[in-house]
Design a binder for this molecule. Structure first.
Ligand code: PSU
Ligand code: MN
Length: 314
């Protein structure tokens, strides 16, 4: 199904279009994690497992990507496999600035948190699940992810496990505040640091149920705030890693990246691959476990949100 909004046209998977028309819960998923975040075949398995987790949580998954210049809201299994097996050099990692470039050149594009928020919002999808957001890079205070700017200007709720400690987490936390992004801890008082539960940074509010999160989303909508909301969910207990050990490994990886002059859009993918090597694949297990869990939690929140209202929904 093809749909045009005042800004651009996109292809919506029929199942997703039907769910949106019927006001059933839908959860958007990003595609950069498939092309640039995880190695093959874990990327494909995880993309499929995340969609399954969203269904188990009671919602319809809509993985978002650009294929040959066309924006897709919801991918088929073949399209997921296509992206998962493409060389990352042939798929552009798409934040806001990249979207027109890929569309104009009819190229393939994988959407980051920023890119996915823009396209999900255009398709009227309110909730989006992923692993971690980008932020301020350590030692590079001007290498700030476009994810933070997007969270300041696009009203989509992003369910994630915080940001990885490859980043400067205190600076990232400060910028979220500057940009007016509420940071909710789902079952936690502390913002999780992706692989580990502890960042030492407080959340703005702890909530323990999908219904409570849905109430904040409704209040946010009624206030017509144009920013996003961040829901941070700790990794499942069995998959979380030790903070001190990860800190040592991350320090090594970021020093290596600096020595090799790796920065900008290539920094995050490079660091993620290096961490998989340095942890002998354990970081990959944590990554896939928390992605699935976040898909499930987002679907539960989407369900509660679609069911209306203890604070005067309209
Ligand atoms: N953090 C992760 N895994 C990821 C990413 C971030 O733990 O796959 C991806 C997301 O798509 C995120 C992007 O939006 O990297 C941020 O990249 P940059 O720092 O270039 O904005
Ligand atoms: Mn970056």
């Amino acid at each position: 199904m093809s749909k045009t909004n005042p800004k651009f046209s996109f292809v919506i998977l029929p199942e997703v279009a039907a769910a949106l028309n019927n006001k059933q819960p839908v959860v958007a998923l990003e595609s950069t994690v498939i092309t640039h975040g995880l190695p093959y075949p874990a990327n494909m398995e995880t993309a499929v497992a995340m969609e399954t987790a969203v269904r188990e949580g009671g919602a319809i998954p809509a993985t978002i990507a650009i294929i040959q210049g066309r924006i897709h809201i919801g991918l088929t299994a073949d399209q997921i496999e296509y992206l998962a097996t493409r060389s990352r050099d042939n798929v552009r990692k798409c934040s806001r600035r990249d979207l027109p470039l890929v569309v104009a050149r009819q190229g393939d594009g994988a959407t980051t948190v920023a890119g996915t928020m823009i396209l999900a919002h255009a398709a009227d999808i309110t909730l989006f699940a992923t692993g971690g957001i980008g932020g301020v890079h350590r030692g590079h205070p001007f290498d700030v992810s476009a994810d933070l700017a997007e969270l300041s200007r696009t009203p989509v709720t992003v369910v994630c496990s915080g940001a990885k400690s490859i980043l400067d987490l205190p600076a990232t936390r400060e910028l979220l505040e500057t940009h007016g992004v509420p940071v909710i801890g789902y079952g936690t008082d502390e913002m999780p640091a992706f692989y580990t539960w502890h960042s030492g940074l407080p959340v703005d509010l702890r909530l323990d149920t999908p219904t409570a999160v849905a109430a904040v989303m409704r209040a946010h909508r009624q206030l017509a705030l144009q920013s996003g909301i961040l829901i941070t969910v700790p990794a499942p207990a069995a998959a979380a890693l030790d903070s001190a050990e990860m800190e040592t490994i991350i320090t090594q990886a970021t020093q290596e990246a600096d020595a090799q002059g790796i920065h900008g859009a290539t920094a995050t993918p490079w660091l993620l691959s290096r961490l998989v090597e340095l942890t002998n694949g354990r970081s990959l297990q944590t990554n896939t476990a928390l992605l699935r869990n976040n898909g499930y939690v987002a679907a539960q929140i989407a369900t509660a949100y679609s069911q209306g209202s203890e604070i005067g929904d309209q």
